[in-house]
Write a protein that binds this ligand. Sequence first.
Ligand SMILES: [Mn+2]
Length: 233
Amino acid sequence: MTRPRIGITVDYVDAKPHYMLPWTYAESIEKAGGLPVMLPFRVDTSLIPAYLDELDGMLLSGGDDLDPALYGEPWHPQAQHLDPNRQRFELALLAEIERRDMPVLGICLGSQTMNVSRGGSMIQFIPDHLGAGSFEHRLSGDWLRRHGVKLLAESLYAQALGKTDVQVNTSHKQAVNVVGRGLRVIAVSMDGLIEGTEDPSRRFYMGVQWHPERQNDEPDHLKLFQMLVDHAR
Ligand SMILES: [Mn+2]
């Protein structure tokens, strides 16, 4: 069977002129039956339609923090500023994905870009929001740190899994604050943070705040990539 071609946005190495991508993103797409293809972002945005002509779906990977000027706030002191080149490319890419109604899965930064591009905003620093003694959602060298999320029963993900409880890893300091236009919340952490959204009016437009690519040996997490690949088919 032909493998749907799934583009993957890439990250960069700080202070070096290098692209970077943890290989688990491409591995997850391959395991799910797709053909992973990495996309450079330091190209003119006029090339985006030509790239998407060659692809059937998109995976927006993780990275640093969006410029909060996009939703009218100053930078939080703990922010890691996203390379403006990557931000510019991915916002233009997402606009063209939306124009084509191409299936898209956003992970971490990817899910945040989807929310902010729809006029939503972010909690910039979760520890400030939840307060002292709260659960730590940031990665601290332990990829096995997990917490429960409750899924919306009507969501594509819950329907595909046949259940509404999933254990997810957690490696983020931001979470959705104001939900973007047309999106609905599909996953909420046990301490009340929004951990996933989707646009039910689209073929497949879903973002998650955790990192399923790091747990792609588990059916619950590989399922997200299988859903992307199946919708791209
Ligand atoms: Mn979390």
